[in-house]
Design a protein around this ligand. Structure first.
Ligand SMILES: Cc1cc(C(=O)NCC(F)(F)F)no1
Ligand SMILES: [Ca+2]
Ligand SMILES: [Zn+2]
Length: 304
């Protein structure tokens, strides 16, 4: 038996080359990463355009993952590793459960599927229809958005409806920004591949994508679980103000501590303001400029 951890090369959704942590077994290479500390395995599979999960492991004969139909597999695998490293190195969290759970991703889910999701056990990515989306694993902020849903599920457990659901969505968008701080957009690397400069949502300007950014414009609706992808604009704008004021390094500490220590399944926007202020007080003091910046951010979006 000659099983071994190996290093491969792959082409991502946007044509970029990246180095991959792969595994060789019985004459075949797998997208199976055993390099993470504390046993967090990262493994990537394909649904082969059907709906059965997790599907079959992505394989390659020569460890050069450069075929066009492997691009989504390459990015799902590579970006899952980036997100694992972020939570471990920045927040000392060992995978989404903090106990080294394997991160399993499946790509090529159904056909022309314009979305990605965490199904409670794994990541799932559609290939998009080529107009609304390119394969969704091609965006690091999308991968971070979805893995953060798993972190939220294991920590605050924010119920996916109404204000707690909008907070759940916002936490995923905010950690999407922390992983991809080059812009205030979410999903820009895979959204409308034929149009440049747009994204699925914007933290700095939620209105540009039909979201409110103030409590006065909260949308009461029964659709989308009470507008969780709409009303997330309000906490997202507060996060934009906070990050713009105190910077990413302090903001990500405050957000991680609030998410994992103070938020609960039924937390609403006002509870989130309190949780973030408590985290800011714990970390930087209640008389700090950091504390005052968090309070100002939530005051500006009209949350008391
Ligand atoms: C409307 C609507 C938005 C989303 C969404 O955010 N999906 C996750 C993402 F990562 F693909 F963006 N789903 O339905
Ligand atoms: Ca982005
Ligand atoms: Zn989401």
């Amino acid at each position: 038996v000659t099983d071994a951890a190996t290093t491969g090369r792959g082409t991502g959704v946007n044509g970029d080359t990246k180095t991959l942590n792969t595994y060789f077994s019985n004459g075949t290479y797998y997208l199976y990463d055993t390099t993470k500390p504390m046993s967090g395995i990262i493994q990537t599979a394909t649904a082969q355009n059907r709906s059965t999960l997790p599907g079959v492991y992505s394989t390659d004969a020569d460890n050069a993952w450069t075929a066009s139909n492997q691009r989504a597999d390459v990015d799902a695998h590579y970006y899952a590793g980036v997100v694992y490293d972020y939570y471990y190195n920045t927040h000392n969290r060992n995978s989404y459960d903090n106990r080294g759970a394997s991160i399993t991703s499946t790509v090529h889910y159904q056909t022309n599927y314009n979305n990605a999701f965490w199904n409670g056990s794994q990541m799932v990515y559609g290939d998009g229809d080529g107009t609304t989306f390119a394969p969704l694993s091609g965006a690091l902020d999308v991968v971070a958005h979805e893995i953060t849903h798993a972190v939220t599920e294991r920590t605050a457990g924010l119920q996916y409806q109404n204000q707690s659901g909008a907070l759940n969505e916002s936490m995923s968008d905010v950690f999407g920004y922390f992983l991809d701080p080059n812009d205030w957009l979410l999903g820009e690397d895979v959204y409308t591949p034929k149009v440049s400069g747009d994204g699925l949502r914007s933290l700095s300007n939620p209105e540009s994508y039909g979201q409110p950014s103030t409590m006065s414009n909260y949308v009461n609706t029964t659709s989308d679980n009470g507008g969780v992808h709409i009303n997330s604009g309000i906490p997202n704008k507060a996060a934009y103000y906070t990050i713009s004021s105190i910077g990413k390094a302090q903001a990500e500490k405050i957000y991680y501590r609030a998410l994992t220590t103070y938020l609960t399944p039924t937390s609403n926007f006002s509870n989130a303001k309190s949780a973030l202020l408590q985290a800011a007080s714990d970390l930087y003091g209640s008389n700090s400029s950091t504390y005052n910046a968090v309070r100002s951010a939530w005051d500006r979006v009209g949350v008391n």
